[in-house]
Design a binder for this molecule. Structure first.
Ligand code: BGC
Length: 414
């Protein structure tokens, strides 16, 4: 079976993780304070996007997801930078020139300093401020791009920032005196003090993020009614054996992890972006291999995650799914299984419109720095040389097989 005509195939990046020198934000400040790794130049994608898009084209991609850095566009409250808008216009034109459809994420974790220092998403007026920024971007870029996601992974942001204390603003929660935290050590490194109060702040921020999405949706539609607006939701897939108690556990976990937020924003979403990485069984013992993140290798479970979102009966784009695999030993097989599972979802009648791998190039994996390598393309951070990994060619083969569109391999490629 071929995938539907017009299916989107590609890979994603996010501004702070690849652009380099995004200094006007909470993460850069935290880097200088030694709470998270410094980012610095990274892959210098801000200047090398043409080279990276040439590679994406060569790899057969017809879509690319990237994010706009809020701190560049609105460096001070209410002050918008036309030069930076022009930069992203050039980025969009570079994609258009290569016939690659852009998917913009308006906010992917990093906050402008003026916003984070004044309370960030704890601010009562955060939804209004966020909506104003989103509407500005869509007004300026709307002639070059149709697809916009407002927020990337609201739950991941709130959990890491307000429960684990591993990411800005480094608030760690404790319940009955027991600290909540990440087992990878990042919660400890930041020295965040744990408090039960942060649980309330977490709930408040989660709530504000849903309101921010809804306000942004309305504001975007006002300036550009034809724009397609989504939210990108990370779905952790929970499943269980026959045992009713385990079934209940899986249901509750799914409710708190996914449905609770989605129910609040679905009326304001034209489609849904799915980010899938992980799954957890209840009452089932299985043997696993693990990625470089220490995450179980379960690419086929993307089908379960798609089923979780299918209840909303909206088009779904796989906006991110992939793995850290520095040596590139399991990535090809992983992608193959993942794509097969997406095919199964289509056969089941789920309206999947695209498959965007995370990530196009190696990047800054947040509190874990540049050691975890998700890229289809390896980056040598000293020389900035880009090297296409073998698995990227496998992904290209799958794209050709399923889309039925032969994309020619240029001389440069092999
Ligand atoms: C995020 C990315 C991140 C990836 C791998 C997603 O949670 O959107 O920024 O790099 O997962 O951890």
């Amino acid at each position: 079976m071929k995938f539907p005509k017009g299916f989107y195939w590609g890979a994603a990046t996010a501004s702070y993780q690849v652009e380099g020198f995004n200094e006007n934000c909470d993460w850069a400040k935290a880097g200088k304070e030694g709470k998270v790794p410094l980012a610095g130049r990274l892959a210098d994608h801000y200047h090398r996007y043409e080279e990276d898009f040439d590679i994406a084209k060569e790899l057969g991609h017809n879509a690319h997801r990237f994010s706009i850095e809020w701190g560049r566009i609105e460096p001070q409250e209410g002050v918008f930078d036309e030069q930076e808008i022009e930069h992203y216009r050039q980025v969009l034109k570079a994609l258009k020139k290569r016939k690659i459809t852009p998917f913009i994420t308006l906010w992917h974790f990093t906050l402008p300093l003026w916003f984070s220092e004044s309370g960030g998403f704890e601010r009562k007026d955060a939804p209004v401020l966020f909506a104003r920024y989103c509407a500005f971007v869509v007004r300026e870029l709307g002639d070059l791009c149709d697809h916009y996601a407002t927020i990337n992974e609201p739950n991941v942001y709130a959990t890491h920032g307000y429960l684990y204390g591993a990411w800005p603003p480094f608030k760690r929660a404790s319940i009955f005196g027991k600290k909540i935290g990440k087992e990878d050590g990042t919660s400890e490194r930041t020295g965040a003090k744990a408090s039960f109060r942060h649980v309330w702040q977490y709930l408040r921020v989660s709530d504000n993020l849903a309101r921010a999405h809804n306000a942004a949706y309305d504001a975007i539609k006002e300036v550009r009614p034809g724009a397609q607006v989504s939210v990108v939701k990370h779905v952790h897939y929970f499943y269980s054996n026959w045992n009713p108690v385990n079934k209940l556990k899986a249901k509750l976990a799914t409710y708190f992890q996914t449905y609770r937020f989605m129910n609040r924003v679905i009326e304001h979403s034209d489609s849904i972006g799915l980010n899938f990485y992980r799954s957890t069984p209840f009452g089932i013992r299985e043997e696993y291999t693990y990625t470089d993140m220490g995450w179980k290798v379960t690419p086929g479970h993307i089908l379960g995650a798609l089923r979780v979102l299918a209840r909303y009966k909206k088009p779904i784009f796989v906006a991110e799914a992939g793995l850290a695999d520095k040596e590139d030993v399991i990535r090809a097989d992983y992608i193959t299984k993942q794509v097969n599972a997406v095919q199964k979802a289509l056969e089941d009648g789920i309206d999947v419109r695209g498959h965007i791998y995370w990530s196009l190039i190696d990047n800054y994996e947040w509190a874990l720095g540049t050691q975890k390598q998700f890229g289809l393309v390896h980056i040598d951070y000293k020389t900035l040389k880009r090297t296409i990994r073998d698995s990227a060619w496998k992904y290209k083969e799958l794209i050709e097989k399923y889309s039925g569109v032969e994309t020619r391999r240029t001389k440069k490629s092999k």
